[in-house]
Design a protein around this ligand. Sequence first.
Ligand SMILES: [Zn+2]
Length: 431
Amino acid sequence: MRNFLKLSLVLICQIAFSQKETADYVVKNVSIIPMNKETIIKNQDVFIVNGKIISITKSGRSRIKAKEIIDGEDKYIMPSLADAHVHLPEEEKDLKRFFDLNLMNGVTKLRSMRGTWEHKKWRDKYNSKEIMAPKLYLSSPPISRNYDITEEQMMAYVKTAKGDEFDIVKMMSIKNQDLFIKFDSICKSYDMKIAGHFISNPKGIVIEDEIIFKSSFNSIEHLGGLVGEPKKLESRVKALKENNIYVCPTLLWYQIAYGLFNLDDIVKIPGMEFYDEKTKEEWVEKTKLYREKTGKEAIEKELAFYGKEMEERLMVLKQLDAVGIKLLLSPDSSSKYTIPGFSVFTEMQLYKKAGLSNYAILKAATVNFADYFNDATYGIIEEGKSADFILLNENPLKNLNTLQNIEGVFYNYQFLNKTDLERIRKEHVLN
Ligand SMILES: [Zn+2]
């Protein structure tokens, strides 16, 4: 039935289209990385009408004409990328830069993970056909154990989140298990999903695994509950799988927080040119000061300790991938030395270090994200889907580095070519 519907949709698109005769765009003679399986389809023409892929044929075989030709020879297209754990800027004036840094890196989908009720207005304003900004998925303001919250308040909170079309409610922590059970049952009655931290914290508020895994949680951040608890790892991995709960590891955030970087190198990573010198100097000074104050020996000890912890994270990630847990990619670039958009690639490198295949890494940033939000309009490249893809010089299944030099981004009815991307870069680059 589903296939029938899909086929009908494609046919309707094509019939409606053949009367119009000219497509808006064609990407000519390109290799497609569709991302619904690990494959590459060479020498294809991809026709786009009104922001949708209406036809994909062997190059030169279609009689469809196009107003604009995008030369795809010796190039590749794959679905655009998604960052599953972002913190939107606090002020609206900083949004444009934030959006542009993501677009420059082919990131056209963002899941906000530290919401405010204001964000609804931003989404309504910026997610329009006229404005080129990544699609925003919103989480509500976080629930935390610091709040004394009554059942009525929880009800009002979930109702507001639902009414304002927030995509998920964010949970940092909660006072106790009873409250969690009540909160979860409210979420279930409103069909709201919970995303956030695994609830197990030093203050002793522990919620039984059985309750968490059967709750409305649909994504767990930061490898919570999976690192530092080796005895529980196996059963929790099994529970994640059984309940189709996604995992967003945010490795880069830990790498930075743990100080696992060389100070001379980190200020030279791609993207740093978008920060002003003063900000960078402050970061460096703080790091230096901390390292001096702690002392050489203690720092070495600390780095060895965190280095081990990081290794555990990488091992857990590898294990999650091996059993088919769906991963969502995000650097959580909310701290020093990280930069929206650019850090997505750094996070990918950490997945690579963990031993994941390029295909698995790219899935975590494309099709898994679309699946997570149950959105069948993007995430893979095929007829009937939105034209939402990036143009690359090399096959990313073989070489991820090609993502650092994106040739073009098709998104929201528009194609940003290399010149457009360069213009956007120049608008924001500081040094
Ligand atoms: Zn975060």
